[in-house]
Design a protein around this ligand. Sequence first.
Ligand code: ZN
Length: 203
Amino acid sequence: MKIICIGRNYANHAKELNNPIPKEPVIFMKPDSSLIRNNQPFFIPDFSDDVHHEVELVVKINKLGKHIAKKFAHKYYDEIGIGIDFTARDVQSKMKEKGLPWEKAKGFDGSAPLGKFLPKSTFDNMEDINFHLNLNDKAVQVGNTKDMLFSIDSIIEHVSKYFTLKIGDLIYTGTPEGVGPVKAGDRLECFIEDKKLLSFNIR
Ligand code: ZN
């Protein structure tokens, strides 16, 4: 399976990092070795002094597809989950300066904690889903899918032009504003609406 991530999908997050608002989805990937499941702890890697949390809704693909039209995209997933796109911001900044790829900053081991999923039928409207991240019991990132620059269905259409989507592939759909550093001893808890689906400690 592969993990496809969307960058700069919320205008206020693009602004907080002084990035332009993209005209088409910004895409990068993480390897399967980046996943952390079952609320296992995250260990801060020794090559970064500035690892940021980015809470994101995650779509799990349930059907093989390529060149998927937006109007059919909803047939390619039936569960929505939540995860963190950990980012070594100091490493990423250096790579951005040089125009280099982001994989070392985004795809390192453990950079993709993944929580439980909810069936799509839980939601009335995919474009009005609330989610948030609590850091040490304080809400630090609060998002709603209505603020996405590219909706879930638009993302699936765009991504599948380039990459065949396979059963079990994951799409991290971008983070709202409020990203920031984590430190050893922190506790992260991720919610979709009022359901806590992911909680783990930083070591
Ligand atoms: Zn992200």
